[in-house]
Write a protein that binds this ligand. Structure first.
Ligand code: ZN
Length: 392
């Protein structure tokens, strides 16, 4: 009964794997590609990853925050939320935590790439603050927003310490194999497309997204070690918009409002975090002056208002930006020494972005100042639909 369908799915999935390998969100030129698993902690190598949070750690922390937070933190599985697909490929529950009572919904996700660990810790730290901080800023955040926090989008990849998820055969309890006899890995951040949704995680979180219909969001990633293109200084954080401002796609969405608001968000974060001497920020680029302009990433699909299988018939869409913390825990990289700093700069960036949105400061920023954030002169756009598109 199951014999024909998986073969067809394998072919499509193999194509998806190839596409994923040729397009990476996190590999500036002149730097070891961040996508390569070898550049990240390996479970077989010498790198100590004992301090990196596991899936069980996340479950425990969510339970603790639910129990101890002053303000109502609700941690639940997507099964409890009622999505029709609701586990990872290997059957792990997928977790969301909500906090706040406001009318606007905010989507915050981390660790869609399993070997990029600090999104998890950053979001759990923010959740703790949102659950317990009684300052006027945090009161405002809880009054204005309901936060949907996904600390570990990709639990299987996190447990395996790899970027992707592995497609899993429920009947045999082992990886599905491609025609070449190798296991099939899916980059979950290329899987929200009409031809995608190969992995259960994608279907599960997509359906939850259509239930929430967020107003805006942030996605947290890691990149390799990176130097500022003109000064050579180490970059600690890159600010990213996955459909390039002023590029082929973004100005045409939502009457151009996302093109403006996403830049305003990043300008605000740049200004606020540049006050800290330990943080050095630039713009996320894919190298050689190329801006990213991909449609298949989760945050791109959100901005495009993807309607997959009729689950988003009214075409809901929302602006989203992403953060790329530099460095990782592998040998030769920053190592765990940078863990505290990496988590802290993400939390600061999230706080400034959220408070700036809530107070309306961000909406007053000059979007043209996106050009002032350090970046190589733009020569073109690296797309997943038309190759490299030169600047007009
Ligand atoms: Zn990533």
């Amino acid at each position: 009964m199951q014999s024909t369908k998986p073969v067809r799915r394998h072919r499509r999935r193999l194509a998806a794997v190839v596409t994923a390998a040729s397009l990476m969100l996190a590999a500036p030129a002149g730097v070891a590609p961040a996508m390569a698993s070898a550049n990240f902690p390996s479970p077989n190598g010498q790198t100590n990853i004992s301090s990196i949070l596991t899936y069980t750690d996340v479950q425990k922390e969510l339970q603790k925050l639910e129990r101890t937070s002053r303000f109502n933190v609700d941690a639940f599985t997507l099964a409890e939320a009622g999505t029709s697909v609701n586990t990872s490929e290997q059957g792990r529950d997928l977790y969301v935590a909500t906090v706040g009572t406001g009318p606007e919904d905010v989507w915050l996700q981390g660790r869609i790439h399993g070997n990029e660990p600090y999104g998890t810790e950053s979001l759990l730290t923010l959740l703790k603050d949102l659950g317990s901080n009684g300052s006027p800023d945090y009161n405002l955040l809880r009054e204005k927003y309901t936060f949907h926090i996904i600390p570990m989008y990709n639990p299987d990849g996190s447990e395996a310490n790899i970027r992707q998820t592995i497609l899993w055969d429920d009947l045999t309890g082992s990886p599905e194999l491609g025609e070449n006899g190798r296991e099939l890995r899916i980059d979950l951040n290329r899987d929200w497309t009409e031809a995608g949704f190969a992995a259960k995680e994608s279907l599960a979180f997509y359906e939850y997204w259509t239930m929430v219909k967020p107003d805006f969001g942030v996605d947290i990633h890691h990149q390799g070690l990176k130097q500022q293109w003109d000064t050579g200084d180490d970059v600690t954080l890159s600010l990213g918009i996955s459909l390039a401002p002023g590029g082929p796609t973004l100005p045409g969405l939502a009457d151009g409002t996302y093109d403006v608001l996403t830049r305003q968000m990043m300008v605000h974060v740049f200004d606020e975090l540049s006050k800290y001497g330990s943080i050095n920020i630039d713009r996320y680029q894919v190298g050689n002056g190329l801006e990213i302009d991909i449609k298949g990433g989760v945050v791109s699909a959100m901005m495009l208002g993807l309607d997959y299988q009729g689950l988003n018939p009214e075409g809901h869409s929302n602006p989203v930006v992403f953060l790329e913390t530099s460095g990782n825990t592998s040998d030769g990289s920053l190592g765990q020494k940078a863990r505290g700093k990496s988590v802290r700069q993400n939390v600061l960036a999230l706080e400034e972005l959220l408070i700036g949105m809530a107070t309306g400061e961000i909406q007053q920023e000059d979007p043209e100042r996106w050009d002032e954030i350090p970046h190589q002169p733009t020569t073109g756009y690296q797309t997943d639909y038309a190759g490299i598109v030169p600047v007009q």
